[in-house]
Design a protein around this ligand. Structure first.
Ligand code: ADP
Ligand code: MG
Length: 554
């Protein structure tokens, strides 16, 4: 007699499950993509472990995913012959949420009220739980490769689950079988036509073949061949193929904004297929968030933790496949390999070039990319010394001359006023506040464009980038504004560059009154309507950076 252990879900899982069941997602089909993607991951993990332990493959080396439809009993079964799960792995993987940032995810999904919530599920690594969108009971029977035990996990998604050992005859010889007991309104997932369409649409390019069994006991029919898309010739791949693949590799539901697919030849050989997402992943600014570019060696998935791109391109999704590393390369060795350096360089160049090309050929798509990822790309200005000039040139800004986030410094420089030698900026937390700043008055009067910088990262790169094409960046809240040499556009003779006797006396009075509170008091060309404003000293942090550093407790 085998014993049944009862476990309570971790609080976050319970909360998530509640959301899954009670929100009406517009697109429930995604549960299937999530389960297939887990099955494919399991097959890839096995392939990887089998490099050093080939006996794990036993007499069944070819990976496969099988979907069995059981209309009579309203069941859908997703089975793979991948790595499988031990008892502890079942409890760990299907009872907790491992990934960091859970809170942020929950808040986002709750705020989305079901409308767009589904799109975050796959990105966040909680895909398995989406099964409860369509099933009121889920059974998982799994046998880990090489193990002589099999386990049964079962839950109705209402707060607890059970785990028990099962007879080997009731389990797959290796891998995992997930049985969904479909809810009344989800019976359509036993229809061959429906399921085949969804699989082709969402999962047509996973690197493991997928078959459908239309009725229990019937022969499986293959619906996706598991050919790795990136190994095909570009001319054989349609835009739709790329988009499908992007969705499965990125866990996104939209279209890629840019696709980079190339083969590098020469000293280091590799194939790269990478995408700039069409929308913003929810955890872009999570400090724990790593890039998720996957590394394959001869089609075997090795890791998604190799740093194949610099941090400031961490939103790019895709993979590298190379034959230049041994299959049994350790994850530590990868990091030190000269190949990795070469990939980082080559891939970074190609990604940046493709974004630059977008700016020229598809300005609207580019504008979206910039809106979504500009604040991350700008981190590169101070992190990637070699490409600083290129990244500054690629950057776009809101300015006093443009409401949209799309002025390039190239344009700024072209429109500089006679006598203007610097690129002026004003940094702060929000646009409305910046626009109302009295500091801008003198610049407006002279028609001088000022960059309005609202991203936290802005205060850092402007101080690390000495110039753009020889023009230094200058905060208008800092030092003397030296506007005297630039003609005003509106003629008013009320202010003169020399302070009058009265003004000089006033300045002396203010200095005496404020004493040590300020380091200097002076007249300025900076203001036209307001009487006074605070500025930071010429050298050192500007007002915004000062505030941020104070905020950070430094
Ligand atoms: P993610 O796939 O992003 O890790 P999921 O919620 O989809 O998140 O799955 C959680 C974990 O459960 C996986 O990381 C994996 O360890 C395990 N798992 C799920 N399905 C399978 C499967 N078919 N075979 C082996 N392990 C699985
Ligand atoms: Mg998953």
């Amino acid at each position: 007699e085998m014993s049944v252990e009862k476990h309570v879900f971790e609080a976050d899982v319970a909360r998530l499950l509640h959301l899954m069941v009670h929100s009406v997602y517009s697109d429930k089909n995604i549960f299937l993509r999530e389960l297939i993607s887990n099955a494919a991951d399991a097959c890839e993990k096995l392939r990887y472990e089998a490099i050093v332990a080939p006996e794990l493959l036993a007499n069944d080396p070819a990976p496969r995913i099988t979907l069995t439809l059981d209309e009579e009993r309203a069941r859908l079964i997703v089975e793979d012959n991948g790595i499988g799960m031990s008892r502890d792995e079942l409890v760990e993987s299907l009872g907790t949420i491992a990934r960091s940032g859970t809170r942020a995810f929950m808040e986002r999904i709750e705020a989305a009220q079901g409308k767009e919530g589904a799109q975050f599920i796959g990105q966040f690594g909680v895909g398995f739980y989406s099964a409860f969108m369509v099933a009121d009971n889920v059974d998982v029977v799994s046998r880990r490769a090489g193990s002589d035990k099999a386990w049964h996990w079962a839950s109705d998604g209402k707060g607890s689950y059970t785990v028990s050992a099962v007879e080997l005859v009731d389990a797959p010889a290796r891998g995992t079988r997930i049985t969904l007991h479909l809810m009344d309104d989800a019976k359509t997932y036993t229809s061959r036509w429906t399921v085949e369409r969804i699989v082709k649409e969402q999962s047509g390019h996973v690197p493991v073949p997928i078959s459908i069994v239309e009725k229990p006991g019937e022969e499986p029919a293959q619906v996706a061949d598991g050919t790795a898309l990136w190994t095909k010739q570009k001319s054989e791949i349609s835009k739709e193929d790329y988009a499908d693949f992007y969705r499965s590799v990125a866990g996104q539901y939209d279209e890629p904004a840019a696709t980079v697919h190339f083969r590098a030849e020469g000293r280091h050989e590799y194939t790269a297929l990478a995408f700039v997402p069409g929308s913003k992943p929810f955890d872009l600014f999570d400090p724990d968030r790593k890039g998720r570019m996957k590394l394959y060696v001869r089609r075997v998935f090795i890791t998604d933790e190799a740093e194949l791109l610099p941090r400031y391109l961490r939103f790019v999704r895709g993979l590298i496949d190379t034959a230049d590393l041994p299959l049994n390369v350790s994850r530590e060795m990868i990091q030190e390999s000269p190949l990795l350096a070469s990939i980082r360089k080559g891939l970074t160049n190609r990604v940046l070039t493709s974004i630059e090309k977008l700016a020229e050929s598809e300005p609207e798509t580019f504008a979206k990319v910039w809106e979504n990822f500009g604040s991350v790309i700008k981190e590169g200005i101070y992190e990637d010394f070699e490409r600083r000039a290129q990244l500054i040139a690629l950057s776009r800004f809101r300015t006093t001359a443009s409401d949209e986030n799309q002025r390039a410094l190239n344009d700024y420089v072209k429109d500089m006023k006679e006598g203007q030698t610097a690129i002026y900026y004003l940094a702060g937390d929000n646009l409305a506040q910046l626009k109302a700043s009295p500091q801008l008055e003198g610049f407006r009067a002279r028609g001088i464009e000022v960059l309005l910088l609202t991203d936290p990262v802005d205060s850092f790169w402007v101080t690390s980038a000495p110039d753009f094409e020889g023009k230094p960046f200058k905060s208008i809240t800092q030092g003397a504004a030296d506007l005297a040499g630039i003609a005003k556009q509106t003629s008013d003779d009320a202010t003169s560059t020399e302070a009058s006797q009265a003004v000089a006396e006033f300045v002396t009075f203010v200095k005496a009154t404020l004493g040590d509170v300020v380091s200097d008091v002076r007249t300025s060309e900076r203001l036209t309507e307001s009487a006074v404003c605070l500025v930071a000293p010429e050298h050192g942090p500007d007002r915004q950076l000062e505030k941020m550093l104070q905020g950070a407790g430094r």
